[in-house]
Ligand binder design. Structure first.
Ligand code: C2E
Ligand code: CA
Ligand code: CA
Length: 795
């Protein structure tokens, strides 16, 4: 049942019942008032009646007096004993002269009737027994008054006698009839116990039933109100006032009041109905529809009730709540579909969008490209520089990616439905993984162009903590429909291609190829087993001699790490170092390598080898995001070696990532007395500026250079100028990857200081590496000795 109806059901009796009650009480009062009025009127009638009766009695008394004082009568009385006939005659004469006198009798005190007028009335003696007041009685529908004079006049000296008279009471009758005619009030008299009335049925009714004052009584189908008034001890007046008019007046009044009550009830209900509607029901209905809208996700605002009551307050609170819910829901939608950090769409939105683009491409016959983008070494930015800097980098990255794809310009932040309209999109899947989808593509080359544009964007440094930081990225690309038909397959394959790009040296892009799946799985397995590899000492250091071409006997080596995997045997660092860099294990491995190198140097020192020095490789990750200075300092303190016996090899790419930081760090290492070598020189930027800016002692020329020096005159020329430059900067020069005697001789002629390569020795266990040197120097010594004796013999 509606609230409105309930209100009306409750309020209706509250309004109507009091009104009806009021009319009922009013009617009661009205009735009482009317009764009162009737009683008063009867009182007046009683007064009148009483007066009439008294005057009748007086008249009777006068008549008695007249009778007994009438001279002829007095005479006749005096001679009554002698002449009774005269008394009779005299009485008859008297009676004939007075028509009001119905009956008269004179009696001696002995009780002898002396004279009497004739009458048909039988008059019982008790009628006259009452004193002078007399007694009213009824005979044949008429009223009479019977009176007696007990004491005769004094002048009736000798005898005593009594005189009785009965007078008719037509005035009294007339008065009663007149009253009946004029006001319908029935007046009756009750003398002693006799009801005097012309209506025998009424007389009968009243004498049968005991009706008290103010009772009502039904006679002749009419109701009468009864009033009794005591006129004298033996006489009562009964007034019967018909209630017909009174009843109908009160009935009318009651009907009118009830009508007014019902009308008032209906009018107040109408007003209540309107008021409840405007005050309660309508606002509630509006609030209900608001709640309904909100539960259906529709947050359109409601019109506020500008009222200074609870509804107004509730309305304001609801509006605040609605706004809050709208904001929250928008926020939830943003969280559900957008990445909170960069504001880019998230994986859910991205998959939806690919789905949509695939559908459209099916119709248009286009291809769709998914680019899976991952920063190289992001983990180390996060771990090394802190999450805030990591987040800052991700925001800059997202900005650059958006620049590569213009369609984001039309996308309002947080507008999920609009994503479906785009032709291309950048999303963030999580961490440093971003994805791009390109539709309307006619060939993979178009996707490749976008990928190379992105890589170019990342060749520029990022500004983090007020310094330039280089962060490269790897991209994997999958094409619809060639590489998959569902968004999930396409994403998975682009991810696989991205891993392949990372494995092949990072900072590049690769298309997906079904053969890639295996290496990716291997890579995941390998990364998983690295922890146990570390715990089980599966990592070892090999040593490769760096053979000095000039000067005194020196034992110089480079350490090269190997992983003697329990299942897969010896694994090359080219495979596991990038993995260790990605997973973060590189910090632990790198620290271990430094410590192990120092331990080996100390061992050789104790064995009595003089001039031992060993270089060890420092990953760019360690350099940029680790704490190598502390590790080196600790190792130097732990092992009793000269700091200059240790050399740290770093690559150009490692220096480039955050130059300011690298300069600071290398200066600290240098300050410890440890030497620094620039590795793989000639492969990267080969920036001469670095040679001056960084505290470098050794330049290691990359083996790709050495490879060509025999065949390409150009390479040789470059080599010559690098060596000359190094010499001029007072740097020691090491040639890597020397495999042939020709290469050795060319380098020897250009006064390269040290030679590292398979020509002399492969990386091996430390003892074997040292054995090589022992053999090498022994042979050299012998050759020198034989050279001296030959020269001596010749001279
Ligand atoms: P790298 O520092 O340039 O090391 C020299 C690489 O050239 C070594 O490969 C070595 O075996 C190889 N090599 C030496 N002479 C010749 C030669 O005559 N011909 C040819 N073809 N190769 C020669 P390896 O041991 O496979 O190491 C590969 C790379 O792994 C290293 O390049 C270095 O960047 C990295 N690496 C090795 N050990 C460590 C380590 O302990 N820490 C770090 N961070 N990186 C390491
Ligand atoms: Ca090296
Ligand atoms: Ca090298």
């Amino acid at each position: 049942m509606k609230l409105h109806t309930k209100f009306l059901i409750i309020l209706f009796p509250l309004v109507v019942v009091p009104l009806l009650l009021n009319s009922y009480i009013t009617r009661m009062h009205f009735n009482a008032m009317l009764q009162n009025q009737v009683a008063q009127q009867n009182h007046v009638l009683a007064e009148q009646m009483s007066w009439n009766i008294r005057s009748a009695q007086n008249r009777g008394q006068d008549l008695l007096n007249e009778l007994v004082s009438y001279p002829a009568m007095v005479e006749a009385l005096q001679s009554a004993g002698d002449n009774p006939a005269q008394l009779q005659n005299q009485l008859d004469l008297f009676a004939s002269q007075l028509p009001a006198l119905e009956y008269a009798a004179i009696q001696s005190d002995a009780g002898t009737l002396l004279a009497e007028t004739r009458t048909e009335m039988k008059l019982p003696a008790e009628l006259f027994q009452a004193s002078g007041q007399g007694r009213l009685f009824q005979h044949q529908q008429h009223l009479y008054l019977a009176q007696q004079a007990m004491q005769p006049e004094a002048n009736l000296s000798s005898a005593t006698y009594s005189v009785r008279i009965v007078t008719g009471q037509p005035q009294l009758e007339e008065y009663i009839n007149h009253t009946r005619r004029s006001s319908n009030v029935l007046l009756l008299l009750q003398s002693h116990h006799t009801i005097l009335s012309q209506d025998t049925s009424l007389q009968h009714l009243l004498s049968q039933t005991r009706v008290s004052d103010n009772d009502s009584l039904i006679w002749n189908s009419n109701r009468y109100l009864v009033n009794r008034t005591q006129l004298s001890p033996s006489l009562q007046m009964i007034a019967l006032a018909p209630t017909v008019e009174m009843d109908s007046a009160s009935e009318n009044l009651y009907n009118m009041l009830s009508y007014v009550a019902i009308c008032a009830g209906f009018i107040s209900l109408l007003i209540l109905h309107r008021s409840i509607a405007s005050l309660v029901s309508n606002p509630l209905q509006r609030f209900q529809s608001l709640a309904h809208n909100i539960s259906n996700g529709n947050f359109s605002p409601i019109r506020i009730f500008e009222r200074k009551d609870e509804v107004g307050e509730l309305s304001t609170s609801l509006e605040t709540m609605r706004q809050h819910l709208q904001d929250t829901s928008r926020h939830i939608e943003e969280l559900a579909y957008f990445d909170p950090l960069t504001g880019l769409p998230n994986k859910v939105s991205f998959i939806d969008t690919i789905q949509e683009l695939i559908k459209r491409s099916q119709v248009a016959g286009h291809q769709v490209a998914i680019l899976f983008f991952d920063l190289d070494n992001f983990k180390h930015v996060n771990d090394g520089l802190g999450h805030e800097i990591g987040d800052e980098l991700l925001m800059q990255v997202s900005h650059r990616l958006k620049e590569c794809i213009r369609s984001h310009d039309v996308l309002a932040p947080g507008n999920h439905p609009a994503l479906q309209e785009l032709d291309s999109l950048v999303a963030r899947l999580g961490g440093d993984e971003f994805t791009l989808v390109l539709s309307k593509i006619n060939s993979p080359e178009e996707a490749a162009k976008v990928a190379s544009r992105i890589l170019q964007q990342f060749a520029k440094p990022f500004c983090l903590l007020d310094s330039d930081v280089f962060v490269s990225a790897s991209i994997g690309i999958s094409m619809y429909p060639k590489d998959g038909r569902t968004p999930e397959d396409l994403l998975k394959n682009a991810d696989t291609a991205m891993y392949a790009a990372k494995s092949s040296g990072k900072n590049n892009a690769r298309f997906y190829d079904s053969k890639m799946n295996k290496p990716v799985l291997e890579r995941i397995e390998l990364e998983a087993s690295m922890r146990s590899g570390l715990d089980n000492d599966e990592f070892i250091l090999y040593y490769q001699p760096k053979v000095p071409l000039f000067g005194a006997t020196r034992f110089e080596f480079e350490t090269l790490m190997r992983w003697n995997h329990k299942d897969r045997g010896m694994i090359s660092p080219g495979v596991f170092i990038p993995l260790a860099e990605d997973s973060g294990y590189i910090q632990q491995l790198g620290d271990w390598a430094i410590e192990q190198t120092c331990r080996q140097i100390e061992y050789w020192n104790q064995k009595g080898y003089r001039h031992v020095s060993v270089s060890t490789n420092l990953s760019p990750v360690q350099l940029n995001y680790g704490n190598p200075v502390q590790t080196i300092r600790n190792a130097l303190e732990s092992f009793d070696i000269e700091p200059a016996q240790l050399e740290i090899e770093i690559t150009e790419s490692g220096l480039m990532q955050n130059e300011a930081h690298a300069v600071e760090l290398l200066n600290e290492i240098k300050a410890l007395g440890v030497r620094i070598a620039l590795d793989d020189f000639g492969t990267g930027y080969s920036s001469l500026a670095y040679l001056i800016k960084f505290p470098i002692d050794t330049l290691k020329i990359d083996r790709t250079f050495i490879k060509d020096i025999e065949s390409q005159a150009e390479s040789l020329k470059v080599l010559e100028s690098i060596i000359a430059l190094a010499k001029s900067l007072d740097l020691q020069v090491v040639a890597e990857g020397v495999e042939t005697r020709e290469q050795l001789e060319l380098l020897q002629k250009r006064e390269c200081d040290l030679i590292q390569g398979f020509y002399f020795a492969r990386p091996s266990e430390p003892d074997i590496a040292m054995q090589f040197f022992e053999g090498h120097f022994l042979k050299k010594h012998q050759r020198a000795e034989s050279g001296v004796s030959e020269r001596k013999a010749a001279s």
